[in-house]
Design a binder for this molecule. Sequence first.
Ligand SMILES: C[S@@+](CC[C@H](N)C(=O)[O-])C[C@H]1O[C@@H](n2cnc3c(N)ncnc32)[C@H](O)[C@@H]1O
Length: 253
Amino acid sequence: MPTDDAIARAAHSGACDHGDPAVRSDIAAIPDYLSDTYHWAYLSPVGRAIFDHPLVVHGILWGNYSRLMRAALQEVAPGGRVLQTACVYGHFSVRLAERVGPDGQLDVIDVAPIQVEHCRRKLARFPQAEVRVADASRLGDRGPYDTIVCFFLLHEVPDEYKTTIVDGILARLGPGGRAVFVDYHGPIRHHPLRPVMKVVFDLLEPFAERLWARDISSYASRTAGFTLRKETFFGGLYQKVVFDRTDQPADPS
Ligand SMILES: C[S@@+](CC[C@H](N)C(=O)[O-])C[C@H]1O[C@@H](n2cnc3c(N)ncnc32)[C@H](O)[C@@H]1O
């Protein structure tokens, strides 16, 4: 977890320094797991240029990208206040901004300034969308939100981050709010891609296989006050988990 000291050091050293003052003014430290494990994919301009195409994402998700996007988008009510907890390659954020519509508000965060800058370009034509640098494990007091969408972030973070991210998301939902997680899931036993994905995870995605063993809901410190739904896709390789907040806010009188 990045400590306040780590963030202050990053700010001081310019670790997150960036040409765009709007990006620079909102500094979050790049977590170690991201720079150690995923530099090639998310922090390098070369990685971004290679991977940020819908067709590439379709390939990475074995042709399930559209289906998984649709599954997430159908949980989002137009006109609401919505948070996307990390940028995603391809056009998911654009589809989300369209779904939220001009009467809603979309906040997109990412801990990597290079991703924020790029996503801002994608969303430039949507006045309802704002993209900023922030760590999904430190959501602060922004919100509350009607819907928070966590699309393929959890599998990329270590377990202690998974817990903080899930708890933080649930805490930032307003009354009647909804959290939507779409991510990897343990495939059925004889799934032909099971051994392939195991090798991919072993080589490239060391925190992903935990989602084969643990339910996303098990990362929440508290599930009282929420109803839960889970749906799996493509022989169980992917999942959507939805938390609907059902408790009422305390009566201020
Ligand atoms: C959400 S995942 C999406 C992966 C997916 N395979 C895709 O197609 O893009 C990747 C993004 O998460 C961001 N990220 C990683 N850890 C984060 C954190 N703690 N807070 C916010 N963003 C984070 C990375 O910078 C990257 O832009």
